[in-house]
Design a binder for this molecule. Sequence first.
Ligand code: G6P
Length: 649
Amino acid sequence: MCGIMGYVGHRSALPILLDGLRRLEYRGYDSAGVAVLNDGHIEVRKTAGKLAQLTEITSGPGLLHGTVGIGHTRWATHGLPTDANAHPHSDCGGRVVVIHNGIIENFLPLKEELQARGHTFRSDTDTEVIAHLIEEELYGHEQPGTGEPPRPLRGLGAERGNAETRRSGSLRITNHESQVTLEEAVRRAVQQTRGAYAIVVLCSDQPDRIVAVRQISPLIIGLGKGETILASDIPALLSHTRDVLVIEDGEMAVMTASGATVERLDGATVAKQPLRITWDAEMAEKGGYPHFMLKEIHEQPRALQETMMGRLDAPGAPELDGVSYSPEFVRGLRKLWITACGTAYHAGLVGRWVVEHWAKIPVEPELASELRYRDALIDPQTLTVAISQSGETADTLAAAREARKRGTRLAAITNVVGSTLSREADDVLYVRAGPEIAVASSKAYITMLVALQMLALDLAVRRGTVTPPRVAHIIQAMKALPGKAQEVLQRESEVASLAARLADREHMFFIGRGLDYAVAQEGSLKLKEISYLHSEALAAGELKHGTLALVTPGVPVFALVTQRHVYEKTLSNIQEVKARGGLVIAVAYDRDTEITKHTEVVLRIPDTLDDLAPVLAIIPLQLFAYYVARERGNDIDQPRNLAKSVTVE
Ligand code: G6P
């Protein structure tokens, strides 16, 4: 989710790069950097912090001559937001620089191999491996002292796999001229990586070009007069050109001042027609969506995919980077506390269910503002999971610290690398949702759900409470979630028409049992936050104990019915509503044919395991809240009285 800029042309690159990065600032970032080709060598300047700091360290005449350069704003995923971890990253010889958006899943084994071959790393990032891989492809290596000529690497690994040279650990990158084009070197390097990313590469020995590869993360090339500009998002290009090439997954672009050629990573050429962008600057920031919230709702399939990436590849168990509790600790665990605020707390309610169901550990979720003042019986045989998108919410931090004082082990689930919560926790599971700008959380919530499911599964495997076939089944079903979330989004227009129909109501209710109740609470909160109408979520069985008095003819009641073991029970509650003339809107699986006997208004989600259903069931409710708020003309991204991050008590 980082900002990317690139420029090849006749003007000074630096101000164009800085201007483009500034136009991408709204996405959020924690560090920034540029690399400019200057008199045959590459100058890199980078810093933790904001663009103002970068502007300061790039001011003066030094970098201004260069007409080719790349720039980056980073949102940390691997490694803290420090100067060293800011992009661009260089190879050992300083001739190749790389900026990158996304995740290289297999960076650790690649890094170990590269280090064994003598490469020196200067950062903790996954990105840096790409620079070193390209360096090897361009310049090969030699064994110092042997007098052997350099060996440019042609194949994919035959020479690199040489056991003797690996063992010696003495390989050194040579200084010879490369025989290989930059694009060929980049192609071979990226073929060794797995992940979702956009990569942009500059090389001082091939100074007329920038090479860029897209593997899921967005990249757009703007075609100007005698200049070509690259960016991760349209707003950064609009002041220079409106004619763009959109790079697709698996494509590589070679940009020069006279334009860009695009080919597939397998070498096939791609004939691309430029598109003319008609958006204004504000529309462009939102990727063409009218609001950040809608954009973020639509980013959910990708956010899910990134959150699971590299963590569910082994068949037998999740592999959770950043989680290091010992087997003995997990076996001796007596209880889990989950603490959070707002939407993150609602994610915690789903967490309770899956941890109890799979790992058979009692779980107590508690609002952070309550837990911090409770005489909670937290002891060293507990794990406290604090969940926070920002990692900075005052109540959550206070509750986590209080729990820690009582001897618990602290695990954080957060979206912000290096946030206070992540620094204070013993274990950290990042959700990788990318910057979330709308105050009402959507993609952070959904990624918290899968993070909790992965954590629950990990605990279950370690405690032996799930069989290997069941684990495999759950993992397979989790991996299908991004595609299914996309299917739900394709049904958006049905939700929008329902919202248009109901937008003038003043009260709505959400009911469900078990996990459906947890989702009902989040659906109701979304509606309140942005539509300002009154809504309430109830455990379906509780309706008759009071709130049913408020159900009068025409009052909308959302009934979630994804949980098979309580399905019949919830149907009875639907009947209670119908008997009072309430309008029942069900959220049900595609396979559920029974539900239409009880109500004609059904929002459908694809079939999945009941334990995973919240990830899909929340999407129509997010869309409903969004469209009701839009019908009512509210400020959706910044609802009244609310803040994205509440850092005071
Ligand atoms: C605020 C936001 C909510 C969010 C809550 C917790 O109230 O408006 O959307 O759920 O804080 O934030 P956190 O960053 O800790 O997840």
